[in-house]
Design a protein around this ligand. Sequence first.
Ligand code: IPM
Ligand code: MN
Length: 379
Amino acid sequence: MPKQSYYIVALPGDGIGPEVLSCALDVLSTAGQLFRIDFQVEEIPCGGHYYAEHETEWPEGSFEKCEKADAILLGAVGHEVDGKTVFTKPGKPYPEPQLAGFAQVILNRQKLGLYANVRPVKLYPGVKHKIHGVLKQVWDADKVDYVVIRENTEDAYTGETNSIPDGQVTPIRITRTATERVVRYAFNLARRRGKQHKVTCVDKSNIIGAHRFFRDVFREVGGREFPDIKLDYAYVDAFCQWQIRNPEWYDVVVGPNLVGDIISDNGATTAGGLGLAAGGNIGDEHAMFEPIHGSAPKHAGKDKANPMAAILAVQMMLDWLGTRHEDSRLHRAAQQVEAAVAALLSEGKTLTYDLIGEEQAARCSEVGAAVEEKLRAMA
Ligand code: IPM
Ligand code: MN
């Protein structure tokens, strides 16, 4: 059932997070006006800079707000002081030091049950990419269009590191429960996409026992529950070259957490770079959307970063909310936001430095405003 109002928690975070998220929230509000959808947005300060001042990563009660939200939008976390990443102090609030901002990214993923991290690798027409530092068009847009599904709650992301006499050990934890639900998500997505009806399992099962388990569960669930979907396999090292050489082979790709982290960034290089790559952390009850790039401290505060990844994160959020609440207004809004971004990309004029070079670059805020203008013109 469509809701009267959708409650969105926005976590701008660190570095370029606030700038790109501010553009994305403007686009959300314009879409709300145009499609008559009420969004109640609450921004919560958080991340490493917040930790550096308060010794806590966000104000008390913030997690409860995330739990109540219809959806969460995250900018980026990761703060530097004197060129060094800020980690939490032992025992404050975790036993072991963690990236300050851990709660917003990792704990939200784990505690809200956001088990599938959905990261489309999709090249829009007109987008050039940097090979040898020169902007060139090399791939055909229709040949780069697959989705990476990254397991999002375990693997090497447990937050646990133990000392041993000669060093430290971080466990790789792979459970049946988490693997079954994420591979099921991937198979269902391959069905919904209706393209190649294929899911590729990417792992390092030739050497890591826990990855062998991941692959076994993938094979078992796929064979038993999805006879209409083809099962495909790749080791992650080989996959990294195939996703560059032969992206058209892939439809839906699923892998353990760290594998998914790496191959989604690598895939982004074939689709215009991290400035265009968005992702959704999706569970059965909650979801959090984010640009997959980091906080890029060196670009922070310069109104320079590409806001399109954050805007496409809004598009993914609208789409997810539309399906969850059977609200066609949200689906229309999602389509139009994507179309607005695609139109700007194919015109190739109002773009940030990463897509057009420093000389002709538009500011982050100018690109955000141009997306809003396109949206209004199309409505
Ligand atoms: C991502 C990021 C995070 C991750 C970091 C910031 C903890 O790289 O969302 O891909 O590794 O998951
Ligand atoms: Mn990453």
